[in-house]
Design a protein around this ligand. Structure first.
Ligand code: NCD
Length: 340
């Protein structure tokens, strides 16, 4: 399986998704023993990565950092552009080209759409084209989050017929949430998935995404009634209001309570449904729900680290060695499900 840049969800087909999901499960199993984790750490100890995160991040930054460490990759980082030469007026392309002379991988998060694509194109035309991973680009895409979301759905439904045929409700500020957009694009790879978009008026899924779904014959509906949707969804994907993009305080124009999952709502949700959230959370999910077996968001965050290990191992072509090692040490059934 070949992988170079990770720029947007549309680039992934079903075969790649299935491969990355099973590889994630294998690496998390291998990493459990000291010998396995030493093996993983020696795979890429000759590689270096640059984490260029000029937009706030907790989980994505730390899970990429830990994923690099698991594979032995050394990292450097820029988190505040005021400490880099961009502040002196350097063009982002020049800055990233400079990083590319020091490292073998760039993971980048920015507040502008399409930046990672442009940097990848730019580096491709140089004598040192290195892989670029988009770790979140403005309101547009967050492909590594979508991959970990699919991995979470894949694990949750692995003994219930998989993701095919499931109803997934996405709740909140869908117009400005990049996680839901990237996850929707990945749904092209599954059969008979039904999407239910639950958002306040004016914060619905944007026309370009709906057009994509229509073209791919992916069923979707739109509503602002969360309670009505609860009994019929297999997965409930909650998100926060993206008010950092407000122009005129518009996030306060609706009743946030209507898009909040209350403790009492659990009774309306199916016993085998899963509750997801990319985090950070504000009030969208009552904290008492954290103890419910359907709450998947903490496991989802942990899944992200393993999926990022799988992604980076594939980019650097060491996934085969990891799979061979795992097959020598574990039986197939031991590798199938490894718990949280
Ligand atoms: C999300 C993001 O940055 O888009 N967070 C994340 O990466 N897990 C979601 C958000 O900020 O609401």
């Amino acid at each position: 399986m070949k992988l170079f840049h990770v720029l947007k969800s549309q680039q992934f087909d079903r075969e790649r998704l299935d491969y990355l999901c099973s590889l994630s499960t294998v690496v998390r199993k291998v990493a459990k023993s000291r010998a396995g984790s030493d093996f993983l750490r020696s795979r890429l100890s000759h590689r270096r990565a640059m984490l260029y995160f000029t937009q706030p991040s907790t989980r994505t930054f730390l899970s990429f950092l830990n994923a690099c460490q698991i594979l032995g990759i050394q990292t450097s980082e820029i988190r505040d552009p005021s400490t880099s030469s961009e502040y002196k007026g350097e063009d982002l392309k020049d800055a990233l080209r400079t990083f590319s002379s020091y490292v073998d991988l760039i993971v980048m998060r920015t507040n502008r759409e399409g930046v990672a694509d442009r940097i990848a194109d730019h580096l491709d035309a140089t004598d040192r084209p290195i892989p670029v991973i988009n770790a979140g680009s403005g309101k547009d895409q967050h492909p590594s989050q979508a991959l970990l979301d699919v991995y979470t759905l894949h694990r949750s439904f692995q003994f219930k017929g998989g993701i095919d045929g499931k109803t997934i409700a996405m709740v909140g500020d869908l117009a400005r949430g990049r996680t839901v957009r990237s996850l929707c694009y990945l749904m092209k790879n599954y059969e008979d998935v039904r999407l239910v978009f639950v958002s306040p008026h004016g914060f619905g899924m944007l026309p370009d995404l709906k057009e994509f779904l229509t073209k791919r014959s992916i069923a979707f509906e739109e509503t602002d009634d969360l309670r009505d949707v609860l009994p019929r969804c297999d997965a409930l994907y909650m998100t926060r209001v993206q008010d950092e993009h407000d122009v005129d305080d518009e996030s306060h124009s609706f009743d946030a309570d209507r898009f909040t999952l209350h403790y009492d709502d659990l009774a309306r949700l199916r016993e085998d449904a899963v509750i997801m959230h990319p985090l950070p959370r504000r009030q969208e999910i009552d904290r008492r729900i954290d103890g419910d077996s359907r709450a998947m968001y903490w496991r989802q965050a942990r899944n992200g680290m393993w999926m990022r290990v799988a992604m980076i191992a594939t980019i650097f072509d060491v996934a085969g060695e990891i799979l061979d090692h795992a097959a020598d040490v574990y039986t197939t059934s031991e590798l199938r499900d490894v718990g949280p």
